[in-house]
Design a protein around this ligand. Structure first.
Ligand code: ZN
Length: 239
């Protein structure tokens, strides 16, 4: 596993606005505290999300982009990019692999954080089909697409984007987390980030307590003891 001082740039690739905040915002806030540059890449605008909506999908997309920008800001992230795929229809296509590989070559991250591509049989929400598609396409973009100069040659030929090798990937939402980050010092910022997604969470009674309870449960699983909070990841070495 990479040491803290080996991680200078991080790319977080998710399907929807709020995914990064549910899965990784606590760890991201601590990285930003250490001076790490973090970029969020969202494959969709979350235009099919929301509750008791008064908006059409285009209006929802615009609202959710601004909510994600606010959520990112709550943990110190200002570089937020969108690919604009339609919510609920994402497949791990060659086009998506190329679009993610392009951003990997632009950002040149040491670490990528994304969804686990396998179905989680212990909980249904982590296995949204868009999550599995984005997780799979991102791993494919990490290896081989971004590091192979002959893969998607137009990226080099037309855009001057040199190959780049990501050293490590952290997967969110799987059944077999093997790395826990103590986020006790950033749980308040994680909650603030999540509350920025008002169109998704404002109607959920006891939402903040739900988030804290879940992160506290993670900390217990991790063996961090009481009154701690944690996020879990599965680490894939990709150097
Ligand atoms: Zn999602």
């Amino acid at each position: 596993m990479l040491a803290d001082n080996e991680v200078n740039r991080v790319l977080v690739v998710t399907a929807h606005p709020d995914d990064a905040d549910f899965g990784a915002a606590g760890a991201v806030a601590l990285m930003v505290d250490r001076g790490v540059e973090v970029t969020y890449l969202l494959v969709t605008d979350g235009d099919a999300g929301g509750n008791e909506r008064s908006q059409d999908n285009a209006g929802m997309a615009e609202l959710r982009r601004s909510e994600q920008a606010a959520a990112a800001k709550a943990v110190g992230v200002t570089d937020v990019r969108f690919l604009g795929y339609a919510d609920g229809t994402v497949v791990p296509s060659l086009e998506l692999r190329r679009d993610i590989a392009r951003v990997i070559r632009q950002v040149r991250p040491d670490l990528v954080i994304t969804h686990h591509p396998d179905r989680n049989y212990m909980a249904i929400a982590p296995s949204h089909p868009d999550h599995r598609a984005v997780g799979g396409a991102t791993l494919d973009a990490v290896y081989p697409d971004a590091r192979n100069p002959y893969a998607f040659p137009e990226l080099l030929r037309d855009e001057g984007l040199q190959e780049w090798t990501v050293k490590e990937v952290w997967l969110n939402g799987g059944m077999t987390p093997n790395h826990w980050v103590d986020i006790t010092d950033s749980i308040d910022r994680k909650v603030a980030a999540l509350l920025s997604h008002a169109s998704q969470v404002s109607h959920r009674e006891g939402f903040e307590g739900f988030v804290r309870e879940r992160m506290s449960h993670n900390a217990t699983t991790a063996g961090f003891g009481p009154d701690r909070y944690a996020e879990g990841f599965q680490i894939v070495p990709t150097a």
